[in-house]
Design a protein. Structure first.
Length: 453
C-alpha cells in the first residue's frame, strides 16, 4: 500500500539470563462399650522374643558430580533451530526520540557447521539470528547481544566485531589457544533477521564450545563492559530478559526441523493457465485504479483524506534480475508513481502491489517496509525458501517508487508481480504476522487486477 506519509521505522539495533496427637488407651468390652483400661493389679509377664538378626548397613551412594558449569547451574544447553525467550523490544518512541522498552517473547535461531582444516584443527561456523519485533505502527527493532562461552568452565567472551582475535582459554590445568571472528549484519529488504556470525578456529579435540544470547536493556551499559573480557556466565547482567545457551556439539547432532510450506492449504494447480490470466511487461501501465486526494490539517498536523476515486491511472513498471552466486537470484520489481504534491495538498495513486505464484495462485505478502519476510514454498515435492521485501525509494524529481525485492532459487520462474487499486481506508496492525492467501481473496473492488513480469 502506498501512502503520502511514510512510516518512520524504528530500527533500534544492537550487535550484536507431622505433627502427631495422643489420646488415652481404649479397649472394647464384650457389650461393645468403650471403657478406659484401668487395672493396675493385673500384671502380664511378657513372652520372650527372639533377638533380631543384624541387618546389613546400607551402602552409601556418591552424589553425581556435574559434568560441567552448565549442568552445575541448571542451564539447559540448546541445539540447532528456533528458540523463544524473554527479551527487550521497542514498542514505540518517547518524547525524546528514544525507544520505549518492554519485555516480550523473542525468537532466536541458532545454526552451526563444522569443518576440519587439518588433523589437529577445526573451524566452527555459528550463526545467531534474532527475529525483529514489529510494532503495531510498522516500526521494527531488536535489542540483544551474544558471545562465546566455554560450556565446561562457564567462561564467556565477547569479541570485537570485525577483528580476528586470538584468545587463551584455561580449563583447570589445560589451556587452549583459539581464534575467533565476530561479524554482524542488520535486517534489510533481502535479510529478515539481526544476525551475529562467529568463526571459531580451535583444536580438533575441543568439545566445549557454546554461544549465548540475551536481551539488552540500554539503561545498563553491559555491552561495552563485555568486550574482549572473560567473565563467568552468571555475572553477565541481562536485566529481566532470559539468557539462552547453545552448544556446538548438541547443535551438530540436532536434526533440522522441517517447516510445512506456507499457504499449502490454499494452493491450486496451474492457476494462471486454468483461469486464463496473462501478464504484461515493462513500461507505462494504464489500469483502472484508485486516486486519493489529501489535505494537511493545520490543527492536527495530519493529512486528512478528502476523496478516494476509482479512475484510470498510470504507473511505470520495471524489473531486474541478478544472480547472487549462491544458487539464488534477486528479482526486483519497481513501481514508479507520479504524484502531485504541495506543502498542504497531495493527489496521487493509491495502490496495492506484491508478488504471486502463477502456478499456485498464492500471494506472499510483507508485513512492513524495509525488512524481508521469509516463506517456505513447495515445487515438485521439494521445499524451497524465498524472501520477499518492500521498500520506498525517492527519485530525483521528489516522487517515490515502491520497490519489491524477492530472493529465490535461480530456477524459480513462477513469480509475477501484481498491481491493483486500494479503494479502502484500512486500519493495519503491522505486529500481526504476514499470512499467505490466495489471489482470489485479494479485495480490489471495481479496480483492475494487473499482473506484471
Amino acid at each position: 500500500m502506498k501512502y503520502k506519509g511514510l512510516y518512520v521505522l524504528v530500527a533500534v539495533t544492537m550487535l550484536a539470563f507431622v505433627a502427631g496427637c495422643g489420646e488415652k488407651q481404649r479397649e472394647e468390652t464384650p457389650q461393645n462399650q468403650i471403657t478406659e483400661a484401668v487395672n493396675p493389679e493385673i500384671t502380664v509377664t511378657p513372652e520372650p522374643t527372639a533377638t533380631p538378626e543384624p541387618t546389613a548397613t546400607p551402602k552409601l551412594t556418591a552424589t553425581p558430580v556435574p559434568a560441567n558449569y552448565m549442568e552445575a547451574n541448571g542451564i539447559e544447553v540448546l541445539g540447532m533451530g528456533r528458540h523463544t525467550g524473554k527479551g527487550y523490544v521497542a514498542t514505540g518512541v518517547d518524547e525524546n526520540g528514544g525507544p520505549i522498552l518492554e519485555i516480550a517473547d523473542c525468537d532466536y535461531i541458532f545454526t552451526v557447521e563444522e569443518e576440519e582444516i587439518e588433523s589437529e584443527t577445526k573451524v566452527i561456523h555459528v550463526t545467531v539470528e534474532r527475529v525483529p519485533y514489529v510494532n503495531a505502527d510498522g516500526g521494527w527493532s531488536c535489542l540483544f547481544f551474544s558471545g562465546f562461552v566455554d560450556l565446561k568452565t562457564g567462561k564467556a567472551y565477547s569479541p570485537v566485531r570485525g577483528e580476528l582475535q586470538t584468545i587463551l582459554l584455561e580449563q583447570g590445568e589445560e589451556s587452549h589457544i583459539m581464534q575467533i571472528l565476530a561479524e554482524y549484519e542488520s535486517p534489510s529488504v533481502t535479510r529478515p533477521y539481526y544476525t551475529d556470525r562467529y568463526t571459531l578456529v580451535c583444536p580438533s579435540d575441543y568439545e566445549d564450545a557454546g554461544f549465548y544470547v540475551t536481551g539488552w536493556d540500554q539503561s545498563m551499559d553491559v555491552y561495552v563492559e563485555r568486550l574482549e573480557c572473560w567473565k563467568k556466565l552468571q555475572f553477565i547482567r541481562h536485566g529481566k530478559s532470559d539468557m539462552l545457551v547453545f552448544g556446538v556439539d548438541k547443535g551438530l547432532a540436532t536434526e533440522p526441523e522441517k517447516k510445512p510450506a506456507d499457504g499449502a492449504e490454499f494452493a491450486e494447480e496451474n492457476y494462471f493457465e486454468e483461469n486464463g490470466l496473462t501478464t504484461r511487461g515493462e513500461g507505462r501501465v494504464t489500469y483502472l485504479g484508485t486516486e486519493v486526494y489529501q489535505k494537511l490539517n493545520d490543527e492536527t498536523g495530519i493529512w486528512d483524506v478528502i476523496s478516494v476515486d476509482t479512475k484510470e491511472v498510470e504507473v511505470d513498471f520495471s524489473v531486474t534480475e541478478e544472480l547472487l552466486g549462491d544458487g539464488t537470484k534477486l528479482i526486483t520489481g519497481r513501481f514508479g508513481f507520479v504524484d502531485e504534491v504541495t506543502e498542504t495538498e497531495y493527489r496521487g495513486v493509491s495502490a496495492k502491489s506484491g508478488v504471486v505464484d502463477k502456478q499456485t495462485g498464492l500471494v506472499y505478502p510483507v508485513r512492513t517496509y524495509g525488512i524481508a519476510e521469509p516463506f517456505v514454498i513447495e515445487k515438485d515435492g521439494e521445499q524451497r525458501s524465498i524472501l520477499v521485501g518492500r521498500d520506498f525509494l525517492e527519485r530525483e524529481d521528489g516522487n517515490v517508487d515502491v520497490v519489491i525485492s524477492v530472493v529465490c532459487p535461480e530456477d524459480y520462474d513462477d513469480l509475477v508481480f501484481f498491481l491493483t487499486g486500494n479503494y479502502m481506508e484500512e486500519e493495519v496492525d503491522y505486529s500481526k504476522p504476514a499470512e499467505v492467501v490466495s489471489i482470489r481473496d485479494l479485495e480490489h473492488g471495481e479496480t483492475d487486477l494487473v499482473f506484471l513480469r
